[in-house]
Design a protein around this ligand. Structure first.
Ligand SMILES: N[C@@H](CCC(=O)N[C@@H](CS)C(=O)NCC(=O)O)C(=O)O
Length: 345
């Protein structure tokens, strides 16, 4: 008899432990959304100044491609794209700031790499912009390819993937170079402007932005060579599946909306649509929003206030904008690009 009592007590305590084990991660995993709702805004870590991606006007109002992801999150959560607190972060402080809980999400032209996930206890949410590293030179150099840069002095920003890739590229091609590694973007441009280096290397999107900051943009060209893969997008802390889900599905919803022809102009028609895909997207069918901890009209809020992916791309960086970047591989998969989102169903 005592044996039975002991063993059932053991089974009971084992079940208790198992229960606690199952419960603990669940409670620990839903903190960010609750915190954001209690605070009344999304705290977004952003680039202090990168035209087209993240910039402040004279009145202090933020706009740009990376900014719109923050606004889309605020729209989904609060039905108000202005409920964002922007925290400008320098390149070297961006990942530590996210790790230290100083921001809820980092939306700052940051490349998804192996060493930025598990080792840093961070998760990459979704590729909002497929980029690649390139080179900016003066048009007067008549250079047509990066392979002509043997012996060049090259400016790069510290603590970036750019610094690592440029070393690989020159080593692989048996070329010499002199690296001028600087801490901030404006130092890089000043050094190039004053002749301390003849080349700037960075993500190509950032070189397009840099051309605008330099005195006469037409005097500078971005060489055609792309020497790396730079999948850019938002990061969150690991261990909060709900928050990771909200960030990644916000991007996927904007891609799916573009694919289905749902835009800020057509959102009211979409709400009357009989198409099953559209109905699931806008929440007139199923309850996907609630499953994320949001309301079922979460996508309607995003599209109404911010727009679909194509609208965000064109407005901030596309061919009609000052940056004039062709959509290229960031076109939808159905139009020859690689932007592809899993279905909402
Ligand atoms: N995508 C690359 C580069 C990102 C990066 O920080 N680029 C610099 C070069 S333009 C930048 O944004 N600087 C802005 C600043 O520090 O103000 C990475 O994740 O390492």
């Amino acid at each position: 008899m005592p044996t039975t009592v002991t063993s059932s007590a053991r089974v009971f305590s084992a079940l208790l432990l198992l229960g606690a084990g199952l419960l603990l991660p669940a409670t620990a995993s839903a903190q960010t959304l609750a915190k954001v709702k209690a605070r009344g805004n999304v705290n977004c870590g952003v680039n202090p100044a990168l035209p087209g991606f993240s910039a402040r006007d004279a009145k202090g109002s933020w706009s740009g491609f990376d900014i719109d992801l923050c606004r889309a999150l605020a729209a989904a959560i609060f039905n108000d794209p202005n409920k964002v607190q922007f925290t400008p972060l320098a390149t070297s402080e961006r990942l530590p700031a996210l790790q230290a809980d100083k921001v809820d999400v980092l939306s700052r032209n940051t490349t998804w790499t192996f060493s930025r996930e598990a080792p840093l206890k961070l998760n990459f949410a979704a590729v909002t912009y497929y980029d690649g590293q390139g080179f900016l030179v003066r048009r007067s150099t008549n250079a047509t390819s990066a392979l002509e840069l043997n012996g060049a002095s090259i400016c790069v920003q510290k603590d970036t993937t750019s610094e690592l890739n440029v070393a690989d590229f020159f080593r692989a091609n048996n070329m010499k170079y002199q690296l001028v590694a600087l801490a901030a973007a404006d130092e890089v441009l000043k050094a190039y402007d004053s002749g301390k280096c003849t080349v700037v290397t960075s993500d190509t999107s950032q070189l397009f932005a840099a051309r605008l900051v330099l005195g006469s943009p037409d005097e500078h060209i971005v060489l055609p060579d792309i020497i790396s893969k730079e999948p850019l997008g938002p990061f969150v802390r690991s261990g909060d599946d709900q928050w990771l889900g909200i960030v990644k599905w916000t991007h996927f919803a904007m891609i799916n909306a573009e694919e289905l022809g749902v835009s800020s102009q057509t959102i009211d028609d979409a709400l009357k649509s009989t198409k099953p895909d559209v109905r699931r997207l806008v929440g007139t069918e199923e309850k996907y929003g609630e499953q994320l901890g949001l309301t079922n009209d979460w996508v309607v809020r995003i599209i109404r206030h911010v727009g679909n992916y194509g609208e965000v791309f064109e407005r901030n960086v596309g061919t009609g904008s000052r940056l004039a970047i062709p959509r290229g591989i960031n076109s939808l998969w159905s139009s020859g690009g690689i932007q592809y989102a899993p279905p909402i169903r």
